[in-house]
Design a protein around this ligand. Sequence first.
Ligand SMILES: [Zn+2]
Length: 87
Amino acid sequence: MKLSLLEKLCCPQDKNELELKIFKQVEDEIIEGIFTCPDCKRYYPIVYGIPIMTPDEYRQKELETPLLNRWGLQLQEKEERFILLNK
Ligand SMILES: [Zn+2]
């Protein structure tokens, strides 16, 4: 996704502004990264340049764990929401 599109994205749950951490970027295109919502703490990954803004009920923790591990992050398993473990 292009850096210039960032401002238009907000948390689908509560419409708050998202914080972005970029892991892989090619010119002005973000290939891999992670958005986190400062309010509800949910995270939304960017994979192959596409932000995954799916609501919780359509997400699967088993599918996201390998990706998070590759980025050195961990899911908070006890939470129903998709929240990262604070280190
Ligand atoms: Zn939120």
